[in-house]
Design a protein around this ligand. Structure first.
Ligand SMILES: Cc1cc2nc3c(=O)[nH]c(=O)nc-3n(C[C@H](O)[C@H](O)[C@H](O)COP(=O)(O)O)c2cc1C
Ligand code: SF4
Ligand code: SF4
Length: 293
């Protein structure tokens, strides 16, 4: 049997989960195609989604994964999901599953959105896993959230997910309802979410370089998940295509503090969010597994 795993992972947590899922499937002698959107030259900066979709090989199960940005599945993943209608035909199974990672604040409506998009391409989403992970923005301020996650704590959930999916693929009579039905009420819990899609761009400042501090190591360029940073005369510059996803990798990895991004107001915001939900920044993982009824 064969599975295809498509994922986007600007800061690496979603990739960790993808690797865990793959290793679990391999135990059952499944072959797994890993299709990482991150830094993909067709997708970024060119946006040639069709070329990316053409890389999808025939499979018995499709798994799609990405991070939660402002309560939504990352828009780059949603774009690929919409384009999945291009991967149509007998060699592509209609069975699907979703995995998301989030920085403890909320998994939002990411799994639901993915299931809806998959449904629109004729696919049924039978399970989702929502994994509590290090908050990539909070890495840069003195208020780390879910530092060190995902770790071994998620292994049990992943093995339950894979065991369930392997059974589902073999079933002639599938469950009546996929997870889209089950999660439908999440839109009621987050009434304003759909209006907040634009928040990322307005609340996350653009990056700037202080070239006096730059030692031209180009780590920032290497770590930029969407190839937004390019090299000019040996220095990093932002490319003309405005595709920065505000993942903060360039800020985090720069060894000299030459990347500037104004995150001063984020700490009170995160404290408030977690306090309202009675959550500690670290401590117990709130990852969860959602299975179809
Ligand atoms: C712009 C932005 C918005 C985010 N919004 C949320 C959010 O709404 N809820 C949450 O719990 N985590 C949020 N996060 C944290 C990420 O979901 C989390 O770090 C995720 O694991 C990143 O995945 P990756 O490491 O695969 O890139 C956000 C991160 C960024 C950069
Ligand atoms: S990571 Fe920092 S020091 Fe290295 S090239 Fe980028 S801005 Fe310059
Ligand atoms: S420029 Fe920096 S913040 Fe923007 S996508 Fe690239 S690494 Fe992330």
């Amino acid at each position: 049997m064969k599975g295809t795993l498509i994922y986007f992972s600007p800061c690496g947590s979603t990739r960790k989960v993808a690797e865990l899922i793959k290793s679990e499937f391999v135990k059952y002698n499944w072959e797994i195609q890993m299709l990482d959107m991150t830094k993909d030259n067709d997708l970024f900066p060119n946006g040639d989604i069709e070329k990316f979709i053409n890389k999808i090989e025939g499979h018995d199960l499709l798994l799609v994964g990405g991070p939660i940005y402002i309560d939504h599945l990352h828009y780059n993943v949603l774009k690929v999901l919409k384009a999945l209608q291009l991967a149509d035909g007998e060699k592509y199974s209609k069975d699907a599953a979703v995995f998301t990672t989030f920085g403890k604040i909320t998994p939002g409506v990411g799994s639901l959105e993915a299931a809806i998009e998959l449904k629109a391409t004729g696919r049924n989403t039978w399970a989702a896993i929502e994994v509590d992970s290090e908050h990539c923005v909070a890495r840069n301020i003195p208020y780390h959230i879910s530092e060190g996650l995902p770790g071994r704590e998620v292994e049990t959930l992943v093995s339950q997910l894979v065991e369930y999916l392997i059974k589902i693929v073999d079933l002639k009579d599938k469950p009546l309802k996929g997870i889209a039905e089950k999660l439908k009420s999440r839109f009621d819990d987050f009434p304003k979410l759909m209006d907040e899609r634009k928040v990322t761009k307005s609340s996350f400042p653009n990056i700037e370089f202080n070239y006096d501090l730059c030692k031209q190591c180009l780590l920032c360029v290497k770590k930029c998940p969407v190839n937004y940073l390019i090299v000019k005369d040996g220095y990093p510059v932002t490319s003309l295509i405005d595709s920065c996803v505000h993942c903060t990798n360039c800020l985090f990895y720069c060894p000299t503090g030459a990347v500037k991004m104004d995150l001063f107001d984020k700490e009170p915001f995160y404290r408030k969010q977690l306090k309202e939900q009675n959550l500690q920044p670290d401590g117990t993982s709130i990852s969860s597994l959602i299975l179809a009824d």
